[in-house]
Design a protein around this ligand. Sequence first.
Ligand code: AMP
Length: 301
Amino acid sequence: MSARVLRRPLLVRTREELERELESLRGDGERRALVPTMGSLHPGHLSLMDRARELADVLVASVFVNPLQFGPGEDLERYPRELDRDFRLAGERGVDLLFAPDVEVMYPDGHPRVRMDPGPLGDRLCGRFRPGHFQGVLSVVVKLFGMIRPDVAVFGRKDFQQAVLIRRAVLDLELGVEIEVAPLVREPDGLAMSSRNRYLTDEGRRQAVGLYRGLAAARDAYRDGDVSGSVLVERVRAVASEHSGLQLQYVQVVDPVTLEARNEAGSDSVLAAAGFVDDVRLIDNLVLGAGEDDPRCALLE
Ligand code: AMP
């Protein structure tokens, strides 16, 4: 066993520690991967770490509940925080360094004055309902890239729009980081895993699966030959409405790169939806022409 395995993982909370430990982990030509998270880790996050381990020699994960990406009235205060458990799980997954800064470490002068503008992609889908959200996401991700300087960063397809925007930012701004998008990890009944699922009551949990059931029913309809975007959206709505506790916020068939609505679905089209159960916001998406295990589900090449 190498010395690194014995030391793993290290918890770092400050910039100075981060800089020092990154330096000590940097070997000749070693590739460094980053998995950014907001913590409260679940198997979806852990799958990203597994993927990152395959892609690099040094694995850095971050846990930071980023205030910039929460709007007024959203769940910043109550967002679950459980660093001890995250630290243990990250270690079991082979993370070398867990960077878990306080807000003051990330934003020592208060909120940053310069922020990333997501452009029109940030106004679509979730962006219509969460103004400023993707600006906050991109700002923190680019900052983490600057602090950690990864060769590759791994994100989940659960946050499809986020992954599209990060890929776009890397291309448009020449950030020099490979972006890997890993498949969406679901509960056995299909509900997309999320740190927010723990807010659900038992009854809410039963209702929440309606979001996936709706999307899956529309995908079945697509396979049976329905290609009209509005018919597929209606199918999602019909199935979701059988779950009385689920209020849909939006359902759309979109182009996987531009995120523009498609009247006629193709096999690469993404069916994306958001809704609320018990005040808990849920998101989910499917690639219409791909099964869950299909590599195309890992996104839009
Ligand atoms: P979060 O902690 O919610 O900000 O998520 C951190 C990363 O984990 C993001 O890249 C998410 O897309 C990813 N992620 C969260 N839930 C899942 C899931 N169920 N399956 C795959 N990736 C996920």
